[in-house]
Design a protein around this ligand. Structure first.
Ligand SMILES: *Cc1c(COP(=O)(O)O)cnc(C)c1O
Length: 389
């Protein structure tokens, strides 16, 4: 095999090379204007994000985590409220309800889609309602690795129980379900622009999307210390959660590439699926009607030993891999007590187990996934994985 550039798990350099002149021009404009907070680029980006997602409103915020927090603050979620979310996700999804004094209720995930298990969700809502100590208040559906959760079903469950449906689409901007992009499912959609996400900036950033004008206006207030019509009127307790003008300028350079990048990611995924078919592992599958954003390409190998073998073979061959996530959230020291306290022992027997989340943490692994992988590189990764799995 000929010497080649190292394969990257994510690649931000190839993309930057395509738009470097535009980035320089946009950054220079921000430096010249000096409008580092709430500059015109923020509004311009918000309009472009809403147009891309097909929703009415986008509100730029300081990170994906703050997007989740502002959305929950907007609903007044806090003490006494139960927020249902998958046990197999990034820590931020669970952190936010706890920061607000609410209780996260961990729900198991589906072994094929890795997204929230609807039967288990209904079961846990019923347990919490029956106990009567916490109020079932919100469901956070995560579109893990870029695959939309089953939003029509989550919306129906939330409607039935009068709950807030929040889409944590941090890994999935650009994905769609039944022809409708994320941003139009649930009551609110949280995006992260962390550099490795499908649309990433050069620092921290995020956004909230909705069709609801009142929510959008409330979020604009909350991200600026709860300010009212004038800057010196404080209507509610908010936070400093704005998106920097510089990051909005970077995102304006990158957003025009996103459509083609999503197509390139889908092509990489198709090559992987072909090349890995028949090996002793499970490749990702889709949900009927879903367009995956392929934020990550995660496979399931036989067991922990097989995963260690693939990682070792990858290291030797210059093929980076990663584990998202090695531990389910209910087992994290920071969240274990909240998990055990959410559904009491006694008549209800405590929280039911989360076997799929536990199983996935022992077997999941992510392969290089970005729009600038060549067919040869994807084939090289697949060969290493097949040989070791
Ligand atoms: C990245 C991520 C977040 C947090 O986004 P930040 O911008 O890093 O705060 C939240 N939820 C999920 C599922 C994520 O992957």
């Amino acid at each position: 095999m000929t010497a080649s550039r190292p394969i990257a798990l994510f690649d931000m350099k190839a993309q930057q090379a395509l738009i470097r002149a535009e980035i320089d021009r946009r950054l220079a404009a921000v430096l010249d204007s000096g409008a580092f907070i709430n500059g015109p680029e923020v509004r311009e980006l918000e309009a472009a994000l809403a147009a891309f997602a097909g929703c009415a409103h986008a509100v730029g915020v300081s990170s994906g985590t703050d997007a989740l927090q502002i959305a929950m603050m907007g609903e007044g979620i806090g003490r006494g409220d139960a927020v249902f979310l998958p046990a197999f996700t990034y820590t931020a999804t669970a952190e936010v309800p706890l920061v607000l004094g609410a209780t996260p209720v961990f729900v198991d995930v589906d072994p094929v889609t890795f997204n929230i298990d609807l039967a288990d969700l209904e079961h846990r809502i019923a347990l919490v309602a029956k106990e009567g100590r916490l109020r079932p208040r919100a469901v956070v559906g995560v579109d893990l690795f870029g695959l939309p959760a089953d939003w029509p079903a989550i919306e129906a469950i939330c409607a039935r129980h009068g709950m807030f449906a929040l889409d944590d689409a941090a890994q999935a901007f650009g994905a769609a379900l039944h022809g409708r992009r994320l941003g139009r499912w649930g009551h609110a959609t949280a995006l992260s622009f962390y550099p490795t996400k499908t649309l990433g900036c050069y620092g921290d950033g995020g956004a909230l999307l909705t069709d609801d004008a009142d929510r959008a206006e409330l979020w604009r207030s909350l991200r600026t210390h709860g300010e009212g019509k004038s800057r010196y009127e404080v209507l509610r307790t908010g936070m400093n959660g704005r998106l920097d003008t510089v990051q909005a300028a970077i995102l304006l350079c990158k957003l025009p590439l996103l459509e083609a990048e999503l197509a390139a990611r889908a092509k990489v995924a198709a090559i992987y699926a072909d090349a890995l078919g028949g090996a002793a592992l499970q490749v990702p599958s889709s949900l009927p009607g879903a367009d995956h954003a392929w934020g990550l390409y995660s496979i399931l190998v036989e067991d922990d030993a097989a995963r260690a073998r693939v990682q070792e073979a990858g290291r030797a061959a210059g093929v980076p891999t990663a584990i998202y996530y090695p531990k389910p959230l209910h087992r994290q020291p920071a969240y274990a007590a909240a998990h055990l306290g959410a559904i009491s022992p006694g008549p209800l027997g405590g929280p039911p187990p989360l076997p799929v989340s536990e199983m996935l943490c022992g077997r999941i692994m992510s392969l290089p996934m970005h729009p600038y992988l060549t067919e040869g590189e994807v084939a090289r990764v697949a060969e290493v994985v097949r040989g070791a799995a």
